[in-house]
Ligand binder design. Structure first.
Ligand SMILES: [Zn+2]
Length: 355
């Protein structure tokens, strides 16, 4: 049940994700009743709080007589107040005996014992938040984010239905952007947690991110390891590679540029879209260009909403055909029979190139 292995600091893959929060996110379900309405009102109407730069800024602070174990920013009473207010709301929905942790800006709860919640916080959630914030995010959350973990799939589904009226959900987890709430089936391990946390944090920093970048980064973070200095999650190969293998074998892997275009990310080829986005992010990371890509996409979001110009600028002198060929060759070196490509000598110009 633990998240990051304490020795390897590696996000351990224990299952497959099907779909993502996009499958269930985006629509407010009316049938959820009073608790949902209250949560929704809080999320939309509450005053904005100023939160600390990182979880490191927090100091432990127990609240006597309360099941809420606080880890609040001593330097920011408003953030502490916001998290406490949210925690009280969550407490009412989950029951007075449910343990909660506050690791500002996160309010972490569910139906796990307090000791298990603490392991999730310490070994998975906080390291992932620190790494992502360090690597990508200039804007930190201005509101609490609720993270709910449930011990079994049955409990996860029961709570998704009772709290939000969500009945058709991925068995792994999902993110409710309107409510800034992550729901996770803890039985499946940390993959979904880190994926959905990426969305939850990115929503503050780059809410208009193109879908390929948002899902690519979230999917990359499903399975990886924390860099030794804690400043980035380095993606490792995972099950999503299968979709690429199938497409390459069948000769139907679309040109890279179409991933960044205005075409549909969803639809019948959604599984392949996720795989292409994840592995393109991993390709960029292998060349030390992923962080620069994220920043360039964010900076140019108004005139370049798909990020196409930002990606092209990372590879000066390359045509899209050359970049596509290099990406396919890189995929081939990961163990898949690659289509015949001739690598350009321009490879050495790629910033941060690593073989
Ligand atoms: Zn996602």
């Amino acid at each position: 049940m633990a998240g990051l292995d304490s020795r390897e600091r590696q996000v351990v893959a224990r299952g497959r994700l099907t779909g993502g929060p996009g499958v269930v996110a985006g629509s407010l379900v009316v049938a959820a009743g009073v608790c949902f309405a209250a949560w929704s009102l809080w999320a939309t109407d509450h005053a904005v709080c100023r939160l600390p730069e990182s979880a490191d800024a927090c100091q432990s602070q127990a609240e006597p007589g309360s099941p809420v174990c606080s880890k609040l920013a001593a330097t920011d009473s408003q953030a502490a107040c916001e998290c406490q207010t949210m925690a009280r709301w969550v407490q009412r929905q989950l029951g007075a005996d449910s343990p909660l942790l506050i690791s500002s800006p996160l309010v972490i709860g569910g139906d796990l014992p307090a000791a298990e919640l603490e392991v999730w916080r310490r070994e998975t959630i906080d390291p992932a938040v620190r790494a992502m914030t360090s690597a990508y995010f200039a804007t930190t959350p201005s509101e609490p984010v609720v993270v709910l973990l449930f011990a079994t799939e049955a409990s996860y589904r029961e709570h998704a239905a009772r709290l939000f009226g969500d009945r058709e959900v991925s068995r792994y987890g999902y993110y409710r952007p309107h409510l800034r709430t992550v729901m996770v089936n803890a039985e499946c391990g940390p993959d979904a947690m880190v994926h959905e946390l990426t969305h939850a944090l990115m929503a503050f920093d780059f809410p208009a991110a193109p879908e390929w970048l948002g899902e690519g980064l979230a999917s990359l973070h499903e399975h990886g390891r924390i860099r030794d200095d804690g400043g980035e999650i380095l993606g490792l190969p995972n099950w999503r590679f299968g979709a690429l293998e199938d497409a390459i074998r069948q000769g139907r892997l679309p040109p890279l540029r179409s991933l960044l275009g205005a075409g549909s990310f969803r639809g019948p080829d959604e599984r392949l879209s996720y795989a292409r986005a994840r592995y393109f992010c991993m390709y960029l990371q292998s060349r030390g260009a992923l962080q620069a890509c994220y920043r360039a996409c964010r900076a140019g979001r108004e005139g370049d909403p798909t990020g196409e110009q930002a990606v092209a600028a990372l590879f000066p002198g390359w045509s899209w055909e050359q970049l596509d060929a290099d990406f396919r060759a890189w995929l081939g070196r990961m163990g898949t029979p690659a289509p015949q490509v001739r690598l350009s000598s321009l490879t050495s110009q790629v910033p941060g190139w690593k073989a």
